[in-house]
Design a protein around this ligand. Sequence first.
Ligand SMILES: C[S@@+](CC[C@H](N)C(=O)[O-])C[C@H]1O[C@@H](n2cnc3c(N)ncnc32)[C@H](O)[C@@H]1O
Length: 193
Amino acid sequence: MTKAIDIKPLTNELPSHFADRVGQVYAKSVTTQHKKDNGQFFTPTEIAHFMSGLVRQTQDKLKILDPGCGTAILSSSLIETLVKRSDTIKEIELVVYETDKDILPFTQATLDYLSKWLKKNKIKFNTTLDTNDFVLENKECFEQSATLFFEPKNAIYDIVIANPPYFKISKEDKRATVAKSIVWDNQTFTQSL
Ligand SMILES: C[S@@+](CC[C@H](N)C(=O)[O-])C[C@H]1O[C@@H](n2cnc3c(N)ncnc32)[C@H](O)[C@@H]1O
């Protein structure tokens, strides 16, 4: 089995393309059941680029969130797009969440390469790979007064980009309990970050 550490970036490879390659290697190394259990379906690069192209930003200092990041293809594509579009970006802070322990070395490989790529582009970069459950960690956001972004007072992130896991969980699940303000099916609901 190919380990994450064995996958090296190609000359001038974009971080999103690297994330895609790393993701393909990882996907071959785990079972279909494992992917199903984690709601793990990776975004193709074309879709990631399309999503990134929809983002509008004007700040030169950005804080970005990628919850349920997989190999971080979405945040890589977003950052590349922003950097290519604007020569005023000076600093990026990226927070990614991922609960699947098996994928973490692959995620880290992308983040390391993204960090190098941004250094080459003279952009200050700071990243956090949080292995906690995103829903449980951000449970206060299900209450009315809190938000991940938009409200100036509570603004945490400037941009959130995500392809959430989709699977059914029971209403007794801890995630369903913390998200009860938005759960409207009595039996089960489809988890959407
Ligand atoms: C649909 S995949 C998308 C991966 C990546 N964002 C992409 O677009 O290719 C969702 C990812 O979220 C992770 N995940 C599932 N539940 C999570 C949770 N509660 N908190 C953080 N990550 C989670 C899964 O392990 C999986 O890698």
